[in-house]
Design a protein around this ligand. Structure first.
Ligand code: XIL
Length: 357
């Protein structure tokens, strides 16, 4: 009798454990790291002096060992996705908060990964104290100067490149009427570049936008870069955000053409925020993934083939942590799936890097 109830007790426990584990596996497979340790994207890129990167978020960096493992194994450059933006670093006029970014920079240094900073002067991600402060031209210049001096100075020597002005042009080709533009005037761009250079003479300076193809917006972004160079502003490169098929063109020939004219100006081009939502492609889920893979490959090739492009950064690496999740109609834009399995896009980039060794 005793033995029978003991066996029944054991059976109940086994049933409970089995049902819990099978439920959690059915809804949420455990994350699997990539199986490419031998020759990662990073390794192939580093061999040819190429920078392959991703935007990153501090939370999974802190909590998720698989996130850290894939990140450090696959990439040699990162951009904090949100935490170098104005409102994160400078929440009150007299208070800066470097805690999160310091941790990111430390992780990067421990793993020999370069860090890019984004974005010093932008119209989004501004704290209310800036937007609602009703500041005069002189006050706003002082605020931007102080912000750049303090932030860039804090990370002097540790940031590979700074996105100094983000999204300065409108779709119709005019300069965007941001608070900086309206209050300081168009020279806010020259000033921001100069102040950044003063605060860190070694870092690369770039302006960044979704102006990759050949249209009114990209023409005016190009004109802006050209004029800045002619005026002697310290501009080293331009960033092509490359949210392909979402904010940006998905035509690689146009982008290749556009890159060339920057080379003629002596400017580098960096791909800074690439992602490719699959819903822009027709067909079965498998066909969509293949089309996505082809587009990742084509754009990587455009950069590899250009004389002035040696950096390609994606706006995240796993669909588990993409800004597009939640955006209507835009999804699964990255090269690892929700469970850190490499997608066809990963393999396509791998082959392209390998092939061009
Ligand atoms: C996005 C982030 O990915 C989101 O997490 C955030 O909520 C909003 O900003 N262009 C840019 C980036 O320059 O800073 C934006 O990042 C995406 C579009």
């Amino acid at each position: 009798m005793k033995l029978r109830s003991f066996i029944a007790y054991i059976l109940v426990i086994v049933a409970i454990v089995w049902s819990i584990s099978s439920t959690s596996f059915a809804t949420k497979p455990p994350p699997q790291p990539t199986n490419s340790a031998a020759e990662s994207l990073r390794l192939l890129a580093t061999k040819r002096d190429f920078l392959i990167g991703t935007a990153i978020k501090p939370q999974p960096l802190q909590d998720d060992p698989t996130y850290r493992e894939v990140l450090a194994g696959e990439f040699n450059i990162i951009i904090p996705e949100n935490h170098t933006k104005f409102w994160r670093l400078h929440p009150e006029r007299d208070r800066y908060d470097f805690t999160q970014v310091d941790a990111i920079v430390q992780f990067a240094q421990e793993h020999d990964i370069k860090v890019m900073g984004h974005a010093l002067a932008w119209f989004h991600a501004l704290p209310r104290w800036v937007v609602e402060g009703n500041f005069s031209r002189e006050e706003l210049m002082e605020i931007l100067h102080d912000h750049i001096q303090t932030v860039v100075g804090h990370y002097r020597g540790q940031i590979y490149a700074w996105d100094v002005v983000n999204e300065p042009v409108e779709a119709n080709g005019s300069l965007r009427e941001t608070i900086w533009y309206k209050t300081i005037g168009p020279e806010y761009i020259d000033l921001a570049l100069r102040w950044t250079r003063e605060a860190d003479p070694e870092t690369l300076l770039y302006i960044n936008d979704y102006a990759e193809g050949l249209n009114a917006k990209s023409q005016s972004f190009y004109n802006l870069a050209k004029e800045l160079r002619q005026r002697g502003a310290p501009l080293d490169a331009v960033g092509f955000q490359s949210h392909l098929g979402f904010l940006s063109t998905n035509n690689p020939e146009e982008v290749a053409e556009n890159m060339k004219r920057y080379a003629e100006l002596g400017l580098d081009v960096m791909i800074t925020e690439m992602d490719i939502p699959i819903n822009q492609f027709k067909g079965t889920p498998e066909q969509q993934l293949e089309a996505q893979a082809k587009m990742y490959r084509d754009f990587l090739k455009v950069c590899l083939d250009a004389s002035n492009c040696n950096t390609l950064v994606m706006w995240g690496f796993t669909d588990r942590h993409s800004w597009m999740t939640g955006f209507t109609g835009s999804k699964d834009p990255l090269i690892f799936d929700n469970f850190y399995h490499p997608k066809p896009a990963y393999h396509a980039m791998w082959e392209e890097l390998k092939g061009s060794e």
